[in-house]
Write a protein that binds this ligand. Structure first.
Ligand SMILES: [Zn+2]
Length: 187
């Protein structure tokens, strides 16, 4: 596999990135998302995907891109898998807990995958908090990210998980709450 790893790939800094991921959950692991395994759609190859304790990441991502999604994937999704696994281990949450939310809940009720929408909203809010707390983002960045990601979750990549207007309204509301909590915490 090493022959196929591009020079700019995050893979060369995987140990450092994995150490960062473990600051959110000690079980977290990073793996390359190989095209064979993820060839179902093109869109899937352009996203990081978390299953249990493992985050699968496209090989051509840079280290900084990986670093920026780790709070969403670990503080969000790995923690969700852990909850679904009764708090014992994220891998215990894969089946049936998160399977129902991610696969059943995403494929069957197109436009009404409420569980998927809630998982993404929760995961992204963890990322907003992380970036606000460290001064990496300001409130404008959070609002911009919330609107952009609501567009993704209600679009093709997430199989239209939730109606666009509801999704946008939900993300905007949560963004304002997170910004409010952050500014009162610092005030
Ligand atoms: Zn996500």
């Amino acid at each position: 596999m090493d022959n196929n790893i591009p020079k700019h790939s995050w893979w060369h800094q995987r140990e450092e990135l994995e150490a960062f991921a473990r600051t959110f959950d000690e079980t977290a692991r990073l793996r390359v998302k190989k095209s064979v395994l993820w060839s179902a759609t093109r869109a899937i190859k352009t996203f990081a995907t978390t299953i249990g304790r493992v985050i699968y990441i496209p090989v051509d991502w840079s280290a900084s891109s990986v670093r920026s999604v780790i709070p969403h994937e670990v503080a969000g999704h790995i923690r969700q898998f852990r909850w679904a696994g009764f708090g014992i281990h994220p891998n215990l949450g894969i089946f049936p807990g998160m399977f129902l939310v991610y696969v059943w809940g995403t494929l069957l009720p197109v436009f009404l995958a409420w569980g998927r929408y809630r998982c993404e909203l929760h995961a992204d809010a963890q990322s907003w908090k992380y970036h606000l707390e460290r001064g990496l983002w300001d409130s404008t960045d959070v609002r911009r990210r919330a609107e952009r990601f609501a567009d993704v979750v209600s679009g093709f990549a997430y199989i239209w998980a939730w109606p666009k207007a509801w999704c946008l309204a939900g993300f905007k509301k949560r963004a304002e709450q997170v910004i409010q909590e952050h500014s009162s915490g610092n005030g």
